[in-house]
Design a protein around this ligand. Sequence first.
Ligand code: HEC
Length: 157
Amino acid sequence: MLCLLACTRHHSENEKLLNARIDSLQKMIDNAYRPGLGEFMSSIQLHHEKLWFAGKNANWKLAAFEINEIREDLTDINRYCSDRPETHFMPMIIPPLDSLTKYIQQENSSSFKQGYLILTNTCNSCHQATKHEFNVIRVPATSSFPDQDFEPGTPKK
Ligand code: HEC
């Protein structure tokens, strides 16, 4: 009988310890840094820009890489920003991305340019749909990355 009491007490002490541990782990998860939608968008902006200079220079490997980076950001948005109602509009960007991916695979410069315009218009359509119409995206005029060579081939000296 004594042992039974002692053992039960021991058991409930363990449970308390475990619960405290779970609480502190939950706090750590809640406080862990998670990028917000705006940060993912800034990353998408960067890859959207590089995608243009890659395609413009017929650097199809780089273009394929950049469009894939955009897709990875979209996957992360769905994963980390699902609490944002704006993410419901995300599917609209998939068809233009798929078409552009096809033109990159076909190494078709004129289709690439058209597809890039449609993609860019869709960025803006979503910004309008989500009341962020003041974020206007366009085809970049000049590269923000003077340290990156967008032409295909080996590094030039
Ligand atoms: C699902 C709808 C949607 C799509 C598609 C979308 N955006 Fe956005 N974008 C948003 C929302 C919502 C915001 C505001 C995010 C915030 O609250 O910070 C935003 C913000 C931005 C910003 C401002 C970021 C900043 O902090 O300065 C840029 C740049 C941007 N988007 C670029 C793009 C580009 C480029 C594309 C297309 C390749 C695109 N977006 C596609 C919804 C979208």
